[in-house]
Design a binder for this molecule. Sequence first.
Ligand SMILES: NC(=O)c1ccc[n+]([C@@H]2O[C@H](COP(=O)([O-])OP(=O)(O)OC[C@H]3O[C@@H](n4cnc5c(N)ncnc54)[C@H](O)[C@@H]3O)[C@@H](O)[C@H]2O)c1
Length: 259
Amino acid sequence: MRRRRAAIVGTGGIAGTHARALRAYADQVEIVAATDLDAGRLAAFTSQWEIPGRYPSLGDLLAAEQPDLVHLCTPPGAHAAAVPDARGVRRISAQAPRLARDVETEDVSFAHLTFANGAVASIVNSVLSPREESYLRFDFAGATLELSHLYGHRLDSWTYTPAPGFEQDAPPWPPSGEEVPSGHQAQFGELFASLRDGRRPAATGAGLRRTLESVTGIYASAFTGRRVTRDGLTADSPFYHRLNGSPASRARTVIRRRS
Ligand SMILES: NC(=O)c1ccc[n+]([C@@H]2O[C@H](COP(=O)([O-])OP(=O)(O)OC[C@H]3O[C@@H](n4cnc5c(N)ncnc54)[C@H](O)[C@@H]3O)[C@@H](O)[C@H]2O)c1
């Protein structure tokens, strides 16, 4: 099978993580080119990772290289601009943004979500907690599942507690099988498997949109002090375009001041 051709857009901090994860699949993919507005950074990155193609813009890169995959490792504001350029590319992998620090909702927030099927969730986000942790807890009728980790989890990061009377239903825990720690490498592995099998990847635009809708709803509720429903997050909502609900011109001003 021919190796897929990958390109990296933006060669700053997170691009190295993408390059390292791609190299773990060197039998399936080669990094053929990269682009960055900063020529010095581009030169250093492509030398370090021995990437042959260097281009001043994504348009030039796409015209010359026709990659199968494009990894967007630019700041979030540049992602959307790249998408029209990247039409025709088989897969786009966009680095999830860390949200801008100007917005206080990021410092600490408590959200209560009700899903269409009646399930409820509470979400606590805090950058103020002295002990950093990602903690997920799922309470089902027959068991509680918990995941506790920081920047990456493995099988032994999970615990399983059966409800009284459900002990006999408990699966072997932790599950046996190949250990695939979370992270870029695990995600790219799934992406390549989907390309190989000719199926849609597990994380599609439609699925990611639901995640973004939840995040947008939390911001909209925090800024307006109101309960927000999914139906209200349409293109005529200011929060649909900017998480702080500000007009585009004001958001641009904030970005300029911070740089
Ligand atoms: N660094 C991390 O650990 C980390 C972790 C999680 C998420 N992220 C997210 O990844 C994204 C990138 O972060 P980073 O830390 O790598 O930033 P960075 O500033 O180190 O690198 C971004 C690079 O993109 C380039 N760039 C900007 N606009 C461009 C364009 N239009 N075309 C080509 N290149 C362009 C910049 O010149 C810069 O070299 C952000 O959304 C960030 O929130 C980063």
